[in-house]
Write a protein that binds this ligand. Sequence first.
Ligand code: SF4
Length: 156
Amino acid sequence: MKIRIHHFFDIIRDFGIGKKISPHPYLHVYHKVAQYILENPDAGFEIVVESDAICDGCIHLVNSMCDDLITHRTDFISKEDFNNYIDKRIIKVCNIETGIVYTPRLLCEFANKYIENIELIYQGNDLEHTLLRKENVLKGLHYYSEKHGLGIKCRT
Ligand code: SF4
């Protein structure tokens, strides 16, 4: 299964919020991928910087690209461009490689670098929102680690 790294951490954040992840009006399958990750810490995921398994069926997926727009930045309008930008920043900071298959268990090992650098990664987003993301990713990691006995130690 292909996954964008920011989608993976979004899912971990949502575990931290304790959110009931339901089908979305855009008809993508975020909820199904989240459930799969929740239940399968050793499943294989290829990290990509392009549309991923979550985008399947989405009304905004056109010719394998996202045609949705964002409104929370002054420097980006295209969600596809912004997603690619964020994914590349996370990949660089965490030293993750595209085209390699990782398990959620292994991706969680990179979370400390993601969390430590979250303000840099999301620079340009609302800071309060980024700090809330940080708090919820930490909670999500703790929850996921406890659920599967992963023994992940968060340094932050
Ligand atoms: S196509 Fe765009 S809006 Fe739809 S799931 Fe993918 S990234 Fe999100």
